[in-house]
Write a protein that binds this ligand. Sequence first.
Ligand code: PRX
Length: 590
Amino acid sequence: MEKNTAEIIGVEVQQSNLGSYEEARLAFDWTDEEKRFSWHETGQLNLAYEAIDRHAKSGLADKIALLYSDPEREESYTFEQMRQESNRAANMLRGLGIGKGDRVFIFMPRTPELYFTLLGIVKIGAIAGPLFEAFMETAVRDRLKDSGAVAIVTTPTLAERVPAHELPELKHVILVDASKPVEKEAAGAETDKGLLPEDSPFADFHALMHEASTEADIEWVEREDGLILHYTSGSTGKPKGVYHVHGAMVQQAYTGRIVLDLQPDDVYWCTADPGWVTGTSYGIFAPWLNGVTNVIRGGRFSPQDWYETIQRNKVTVWYSAPTAFRMLMGAGDEAVKQYDLSSLRHVLSVGEPLNPEVIRWGHRVYERRIHDTWWMTETGAQLICNYPSMDLRPGSMGKPIPGVEAAIVDDQGNILPPLRMGNLAIRTPWPSMMRKIWNNPAKYEEYVRIPGWYISGDSAYMDEDGYFWFQGRIDDVINTSGERVGPFEVESKLVEHPAVAEAGVIGKPDPVRGEVIKAFISLREGYEATDELKAEITKFVKEGLSAHAAPREIEFKDKLPKTRSGKIMRRVLKAWELKLPAGDLSTIED
Ligand code: PRX
C-alpha cells in the first residue's frame, strides 16, 4: 500500500469560510445549516426557489447569476432574469400538463436553455433527468424507459436518438434550437403555441417559451420530494436511476460554502456537464444556493479555450477533474504562461484519483494547490475533501466534512484501524444521500447491507491523522476520464454486433484518462479477426451507446474465461491484461 503522508503542502489561502476543521467538526449541527434557508421560516420549500428567486428578491436581482459562452454565443443573465426564464420554462411544462413527480428529461448541449429548463422542472416539483449529450439511442431509450419519462427537452439533431415510438409514456418531445437565445423571435411561432398539429409529440421550445409568462407559482414540496434522477453505472445490469430529493440542498449549499469556499464576489467555474452529477450538484445547485456568479462554458475541451475562459471571466474558484488537469499538464507550462490566471483563488478536483504529480505541477504553474474531493452520484454531494484551511497531503482525498462520519470497515461492518485497507463506508444518513434507486429497491439495499453504513464500493484506508487514501474500486466499474462506465452495458451492446459471440470489458490503466475501456471478444463462426472488424465494432458501440463507452482497445480471443454458471470473469481478463496472477480460479468453467 502506498503511504505518502510525509509530503505536505500547507495552506496558501488563510481567509476561508471554514476556519479550523477540527473546531468546525465539533461545533457542527445540520439544523444550523437549515436555518440559512427561507423555508426554515416560511415552511415553503423548493430548491429552485432557494437557488434563484430568493436571491432575486433579496438584493441580488441585478447580480450576474449565469455567465455563458460557447464558440457562437456569449450571454449573461442576472438572478432576476434567471427567475423569469425559469418561470417561463415552468409555465411551458405546466401548459403541457406536466406536474409534480413527473420525470422530465433534458438532452441537449450546455446552453442557457438547459439551465432554464432544469430550474423550471424543479419549480413545478417534477423530477429532472439530465442526459449527457454523447448518449446514443440505446442509452437514451434505457433511461427514458426505466424512469417512465413523460417529456424530453432536446434539440432537433439529438431528437433522432430518442425512439419516441418505443416509449408509450413519453408524451412530449420539446425541440430547442441550441444556437438561438430564448429572447430571439421564436421559430415555431406560426404553429399554434408551438405545438404541432394532431397528436404529434413534438413541440417548439422557443415558441412555447415566448408565449409563457415570466411569473409562475412555485410548487411547494417536502424535503423528501423528488428532485433529480441521475443514471449511473454499476458492474452488473443496466444503468440505475439514482434518486435525489430537494432536502439535498442543505449539504450542497454547505459544501459550496466550506469546500468550494464560495464567497459573495466569487466567479465560479465548474467544468462538468449536467449530464453527470458534478454538473448539477456543483454546476447548478451549490453555486446558486450560495448566490454566486456561475460560469458555463459550452463547446469542447481545449487548453487554450479553458485558460482563456478563466482569464476573460476572472474566474476565482475552479472545479474540474484529474483527466482535464492531466491534459492541461500535457499541454505544457508555456500554455499557462500565455494567460493571466492570477484571479484564481481556489482550485478543486473530483471524479478519479488525483495524482500527487498533478498537484505538484499545479502548485508550481498555477501557484495554487489543487484540492481533491471525494463523493459519488449516490452521495449527492461532497463527503471527503481537502479544505482551503487544511494542510494537503498529495494523493489523499482529505477528511470527511463536518456532520459526516467516514470509516474503513470490513465486509461484516467492523471498523478497521488506521492503515488497514477495506470498504470505504459512510455513516447513514446525510442530507444529500440518494433516497432510492428508481424501480430497483434490491439495488439500493446492496449499498446499505451493513446496518448503519453506506458501502461506497471503493476501497481505501485512513492514515493515523484521519486523512483518507483511495485504493480502487471493489467492483468492476470503469472510471474513464472521470466518467463512470458499467462494463455490462458495453458488453450488452457488443454482443448485439453480428460478429461478436461473447464479450468481456475491463478498465485498462491509462496515464491520462485514468482508465480506458478494453474489450475481449470471441467471434462467431465465419468471422475473421481483422483490424477492420475491430474498427467496425468500435464504431458500432460509439453509434449505438455513446462515444465515451466505446472500447479504445479490442483483443480477440478464441474463448473467454467463464464461471461454470456462464458468467464472464472480468477479474481474469484484468489479470491477463496486467500480467498478474489470476487468483482463485476454482469457479472457472474448464
Ligand atoms: O471510485 C470513485 C471515483 O468515482 C466514483 C464515483 O463516480 P461518479 O458516481 O461518476 O461520481 C463522480 C463525481 C462525483 C467513486 O466511487 N472517485 C470520485 N472522486 C474520487 C474518486 N476516486 C478517487 N478520488 C476521488 N477524489
